[in-house]
Write a new protein. Structure first.
Length: 89
């Protein structure tokens, strides 16, 4: 971790270290605000992050029941295009 002030004052050194494979988390007032990483390098997830990503992908694949039933594209489009009709279903 490096403060924004330090990163600003030693930017050339930071870039050289990033080119060598280092990563920096830049903080402002003690809070992380940015990451300085080599271009093209794939982010390596911690085991906790990988587990969270797997849970999220599983949830997205399953979906959530919102009580709307099956959605019909044509009906959705027709409802959006016609003016409000209180007698409509």
């Amino acid at each position: 971790m490096i403060s924004l002030r330090e990163a600003n004052q030693a930017f050339s050194r930071c870039i050289r270290e990033v080119e060598a494979g280092e990563e920096f988390v830049i903080t402002r007032k003690g809070q992380p605000v940015a990451r300085l990483v080599p271009v093209g390098r794939e982010r390596v997830l911690t085991p906790e992050q990988a587990a969270a990503l797997a849970r999220t992908r599983a949830r997205m694949k399953k979906g959530w029941d919102i009580g709307a039933g099956p959605l019909d594209r044509d009906e959705l489009y027709a409802n959006a295009r016609r003016p409000y009709d209180p007698d409509r279903r």
